[in-house]
Design a protein around this ligand. Structure first.
Ligand code: PGA
Length: 256
């Protein structure tokens, strides 16, 4: 079995003023300082990115942006932020294709692909989100939907790009609902996602790919999820907003 270092990422969504973001980040720092078993990532809003990244410098917590522009050159794009600009202020990762962006802001797979390419060109790692709605799951099309989102989002990416891609499987019906996928349901989709990489790229690429689960991950369900063979971490929304609960998720190994 390949060694895949787990990633536990906190998606703060549109929460926290600057002072609150800094306070949470600083509270988190000592709580996860010994978490060498995984990469720890937090994703504050754009306006807090630089300050949080500066205050976390030298720590084991990486900072992610929650979105980036499809554009790769400066220009007349009011309201957009380029991947290079995110890198410039200390982001190491960017979340791309979150279901809230797909649903509320009509992001297409083509836009997701362009954002992935822009992020990689700026030397950011990508957390590429995929996931089906409840309706799609009930209709039995969950794998088809996730497969389509993957092949759409990965358009133009070669095997050499994959070491900076992390996939997050987030069933839309589990996000913010308190209704987590069971570890078995998640494992089934993660195994499918890994097969997609094996078919599209190679077995070694698929074996090395980190696939995170997201959707109502909490301190009391993380260990069960992490016990599954193909679950390599978590993208955590609500439970990442408090340093203590996010730290419990990061430190899932200690059963704290
Ligand atoms: P949740 O959000 O943990 O609050 O369900 C997860 C996400 O949207 O990334």
């Amino acid at each position: 079995m390949p060694m895949r270092k787990p990633v536990i990422a906190g998606n703060w969504k549109m929460y926290k003023l600057l002072g609150e973001a800094v306070d949470t980040a600083l509270a988190l720092k000592p709580l996860v300082a010994n978490a060498n078993h995984c990469e720890v990532v937090i994703a504050p809003v754009f306006t807090a990115l630089k300050t949080v990244a500066d205050r976390l410098e030298g720590s084991n917590i990486g900072v992610a942006a929650q979105n980036c522009s499809t554009e790769t050159a400066e220009g007349a794009h009011t309201g957009e932020v380029m991947a290079t600009m995110l890198r410039d202020v200390g982001a190491k990762y960017v979340i791309v294709g979150h279901s809230e962006r797909r649903q509320i802001y009509s992001e297409t797979d083509a836009m997701v692909a362009a954002k992935c390419q822009a992020a990689l060109a700026a030397n950011l790692s990508v957390i590429l989100c995929v996931g089906e709605t409840l309706e799609q799951r009930d209709q039995g099309t969950a794998e088809a939907v996730v497969g389509r989102q993957l092949s759409g989002g990965l358009t133009g990416l070669t095997a050499s790009d994959l070491d900076r891609i992390i996939v997050a499987y987030e069933p839309v019906w589990a996000i913010g609902t308190g209704r987590t996928a069971t570890p078995e349901q998640a494992q089934e989709m993660h195994a499918f996602i890994r097969r997609v990489f094996a078919e599209r790229y190679s077995n070694p690429s698929a074996d090395a790919m980190r696939i995170l689960y997201g959707g109502s991950v909490k301190p009391d369900n993380i260990a069960g999820l992490m016990s599954q063979a193909d679950i390599d971490g978590a993208l955590v929304g609500g439970a990442s907003l408090q340093a203590e609960s996010f730290a419990k998720i990061v430190n899932y190994k200690n059963g704290e």
